[in-house]
Design a protein around this ligand. Structure first.
Ligand code: 5GP
Ligand code: MN
Length: 330
């Protein structure tokens, strides 16, 4: 069994584009998760292996739990004003161009953008796009890019790819989990990946501040009368009170989704700039990416997000209305 890319033309497009440039800017989405960081650093490994120059630009420090990844420290904080602009950009795991807006200042107006992603809402922006919504993780696509470029799968690269695959499949549990992705994971193990050395820091470890925030958020978790949806919220006061960061709210939505009767789980988090970040999760029937899109967001059928310029109460009422409507239609 050879795991094969579903869209050969897509891989080839991206492989040709990357071969044609020697100096690249790597960008991913803000508040990057395991797949965003794994794909970015995997691309960094690939470019280094090809003898090309790269800059991995970020707008905030990467979550420390991924610091076991080789080349973690190559991530560069964007300077203001920017030192230089780049003409060639590889965007990974970014559903749209707004997702990398915080680093857009260092991208040339006429830059060639290579867009590698697996969000179904991706509009296929850029000069060379490969978007495969059936991919379990952007790291699955980067694996095929590495193969297409004949880059050897050394342990460091394999660790980056495994991190994105493990985290974006929820530990090989989400419906996106396929025979191909297990096959690729097995090959990454053959390249020296130690699963526990990645699963423990990336998925099983939490700071006390994060658990403290979790305690507070679980106290307000509420379920609808019919049990079909559940929501919880995180205010600035809770984050500050726990000494936690915005990133520490990641994963809380799973508690809402995990309730056995629930189809749609929601998390509402106040942002520093007075908006509300919404995370949506579903189990089987509701396409939450369509709900997120009605608010200018996006994502996948079972995991999506959006940001509302509203106060917490208004945001919750507005989104719950859409969720009730979606539940009534399925
Ligand atoms: P989360 O709820 O964990 O922030 O995001 C869930 C999924 O939805 C992720 O795949 C993420 O990339 C996507 N997503 C979250 N927020 C947005 C958004 O504002 N716009 C778009 N296009 N996708 C989003
Ligand atoms: Mn992803």
């Amino acid at each position: 069994w050879e795991p094969a890319p579903r869209d050969m033309t897509g891989v080839n497009r991206v492989v040709t584009a990357i071969s044609g440039g020697d100096d690249w800017l790597i960008v991913t989405h803000e508040r990057p998760d395991g797949d965003a960081i794994g794909s970015s650093l995997a691309v960094a490994h690939i470019l280094r292996s090809l003898g090309k120059k790269f800059t991995f630009m970020v707008s905030e420090p990467l979550p420390h739990r991924f610091s076991y990844l080789p080349m973690f420290d190559t991530a560069e904080m964007i300077a203001s004003p920017v030192v230089r602009t780049y003409k060639r950009v590889i965007a990974v795991d970014c559903a749209d161009e707004a997702r990398f807006a915080p680093v857009a200042a260092c991208i040339d107006e006429f830059a060639e953008i290579v867009n590698i992603d697996h969000h179904q809402t991706n509009p296929r922006y850029g000069a060379a796009a490969w978007v495969d919504p059936a991919a379990a993780a952007t790291c699955e696509l980067i694996y095929h890019v590495a193969r297409g470029l004949d880059v050897p799968l050394e342990t460091g690269l394999a660790m980056c790819l495994y991190t994105g695959i493990l985290t974006d499949t929820g530990g090989f549990a989400y419906p996106s989990t396929t025979r191909d992705i297990h096959q690729i994971a097995a090959e990454l193990l053959a390249c020296g990946v130690q699963p526990y050395e990645i699963a423990e820091p990336a998925m099983q470890s939490r700071s006390w501040e994060q658990v403290h925030l979790m305690q507070m958020a679980l106290a307000n978790l509420a379920v609808s009368n019919d049990g079909s949806y559940a929501a919880l919220y995180v205010t600035r006061g809770m984050i500050d009170g726990a000494g936690a960061t915005d990133d520490d709210a990641e994963g809380l939505v799973e508690f809402a989704r995990s309730i056995d009767t629930v189809e749609v789980g929601m998390l509402f988090r106040e942002t520093v700039d007075g908006k509300v970040k919404v995370s949506l999760r579903s189990k089987r029937r509701v396409d939450v990416s369509r709900i997120a899109q009605t608010f200018g967001g996006g994502g996948h059928a079972r995991a999506a997000g959006c940001t509302l310029a509203a106060d917490l109460d208004t945001a919750m009422t507005t989104v719950v209305e859409q969720v009730e409507q979606a539940l009534a239609e399925v």
